[in-house]
Design a protein around this ligand. Structure first.
Ligand code: URA
Length: 241
């Protein structure tokens, strides 16, 4: 159980500075359990709290965990330069509460991207020590041969990498498509591994992290959802092709 003043609650949820939040409340724009509250210092229990701001409904979340179906032509970096940033696909509140992508996908890579404002979670998910397997579907310029699959499984030596990098698993899905599971998350890893193997990646989609499948989330490109405890638990289990 934890109680906070309504102005602090709004601030923690990304609605702006404390002063701005207090103004919103005093102007009658905030309701709790369907009742307008105009006293910004009013103390409220945060657990299970549902509130509305400008008639939009919100649930209090101490920390947020988000899955986005990233479309092409969005950048994961905070200071996006050539394309809009992925945060522009989310409500403004998430930006203000410092939600960040967990790792990065290239601007032209699509699929499952996690975002959060929980620093420990971001670190745990992106740390190489934690070996979170990720499944990608890659479309290739040249046909996928058994030799290519073999090569990716045995390990590919990439420039600037001391040891060869191997796929955890790799399967041909169609003449020009393969499914590949990687644990390391090095810069442009799938594309560089395919290039080093004499092929070329023409499209890339991340379809699974741990056992959390993009398909199960039913998100159209550009759509997002909160991840709840059961879905977060899937992130720590080994990915199956
Ligand atoms: N590997 C790549 O080459 N690009 C990505 O965006 C992710 C993995």
């Amino acid at each position: 159980m934890s109680k906070l003043s309504l102005e602090r609650i709004l601030q923690s949820q990304g609605f702006g500075t404390r002063k701005w939040c207090s103004q919103l409340i005093e102007e009658g724009e905030v309701s709790v359990d369907g009742k307008v509250i105009r006293d910004s210092r009013c103390v409220v229990e945060t657990e299970g709290l549902e509130f509305s701001v400008y008639e939009e409904q919100w649930i209090y979340r101490a920390l947020v965990y988000i899955a986005l179906n990233k479309p092409a032509n969005f950048e994961c970096s905070r200071r996006a330069s050539h394309h809009p940033g992925v945060l522009t696909l989310l409500p403004e509140q998430f930006n203000l509460r410092d939600v960040q992508p967990v790792g990065r996908l290239d601007h032209d890579t699509t699929g499952l991207l996690l975002l959060s404002d929980d620093g420990a979670f971001i670190h745990q998910q992106s740390s190489p020590k934690h070996h979170v397997p990720k499944l990608y579907h890659a479309t290739t310029a040249e046909p996928v041969t058994p030799e290519l699959v073999d090569y990716l499984l045995k390990g590919v030596k990439l420039h600037d990498e001391p040891a060869p990098l191997a796929a955890i698993s790799c399967e041909r899905v169609a003449t020009h498509q393969l499914a590949i599971v990687l644990e390391q998350g090095k810069y442009h890893q799938v594309k560089r591994m395919l290039a080093a193997a004499g092929n070329h990646c023409t499209a890339l989609c991340r379809t699974q992290i741990g056992n959390l499948r993009l398909e199960a989330l039913c998100l159209e490109p550009g759509e997002w959802c909160y991840l709840e405890a059961a879905q977060l638990a899937l992130l720590t289990t080994a990915a199956k092709l």
